[in-house]
Write a protein that binds this ligand. Sequence first.
Ligand code: GDG
Length: 468
Amino acid sequence: MSRLVVVSNRVAPIKEGKAAAGGLAIGVYDALRACGGIWFGWNGEVSGSAELQQETHGNITYATRGLSKRHYDMYYRGFANATLWPIFHYRIDLARYRREEYEGYCQVNRMFAEQLQPLLRPDDVIWVHDYHLIPFAEECRRLGIRNRIGFFLHIPFPAPEILTAIPPHNELFKTLCSYDLIGFQTEVDRQAFEDYIRREVRGLVDSDGSMTAYGHNFRAKVYPISVMPDEIQQTASRYKGRRNLIGCNAVGEPCQTIISVDRLDYSKGLIERFCAYDELLQRFPEHRRNVQFVQIAPTSRSDVKTYQTLRQQLETHAGHINGRYAELDWMPLHYLNRSHERRVLMGLFRAASVGLVTPLRDGMNLVAKEYVAAQNPENPGVLVLSRFAGAAHELSAALIVNPYDIIGMAEALDRALRMPLAERKERYESMMRAIRRADLNAWRDSFIRDLRGPSARTVRVERAIRAV
Ligand code: GDG
């Protein structure tokens, strides 16, 4: 079988036997282990060596390099995270555009393609991940690389009206058409891309999802990313530590727990969530002393101003809630900026009565699926989920909320905290069926199968021949 070459902004080397961090890392690692190959990208070092460092573990070669401070500022902090990330999450108000940052972004894509080229064999298939690397395939083609190249977008693809706010949108999305296969999290994202291709580019779209634009034939399909439910079940049920944090207050009285886990990011709707919890305690005072909210929010992109401001706002809100409601033996909100071991998170998910996942926009949101998979089937908790998380398309048996409706969220929390066992079980079983139907293996296998399969061009030619 041909080798798989994975390209992502950040490479997370996982050594045999060590715990993996996050769903994407596990998915990519398993795919590479199954057929052997290369994982190529940035090693996370700023001002580090630009020379490629190669390290092989088993049948996987990790090929990584550092970024200069200038490239880190232009490509990573700049165009990727200050222009694309906010716009793809519908936050034009938070986006900025600087031409030199876009140039830096294109330069890094070019350098990555040039450094990957000597490592490639003619039959390798290349799987590129996320918004940092949109022009990567175009740079490969410029160098004469003819391998199959696929792209998976982990974040939402917004409506064309929003996208066109990116000044070089035409040039940027022209480069996206150099991929053979483009994968999206949901049908809404794929449809928005199709709308862009039809309206902005006057491209052709076939009923089977293949498209023609800028002289390229390619396919665009939906591959919802997921988790490994059985592994999560096991990890969660084995976890025995920190029982004291969940289930009772400081004097041992029973207390239900609401849990949320997110990277500290404005797309995750943390402010609105804190407001909803405040509203719950105000509107339904019977929950005071009987509930606690644990929000785990490890900081991310902490050198970006918008993220620093968000952190300050959250600290103020958290202080306000605890100042207003806390008693000597009851703390309503536990707000933790530290990251925690994965097994600890899964244990906490299982012990918590409510999983509160309310992003303003999210490509998928793996935490929603992890919370469900971690539950005890005999006494499952309730997932309260934003309609704007990609996961809401599959997990329709959650309590679906609109994160802009603070009172609506407080009412959903009240309902979740009171929900009878029979209804909790019914909703849980329906969500588990959905997760098992399309787990992480299905995500990876279907993408790679389609990438290795007949190209959009071949399908088009065969169809034309049959029609004659
Ligand atoms: C992007 C898209 C899409 C979180 N805190 C800790 C920790 N985590 C883990 C979670 C989960 C992962 O990180 C976060 O994944 P999400 O999907 O929730 O969100 P993003 O980071 O924004 O991911 C998103 C995803 O890509 C995959 O395509 O779903 O829409 O934005 O697995 O459990 N893990 C550990 N400690 C923590 O403190 N170990």
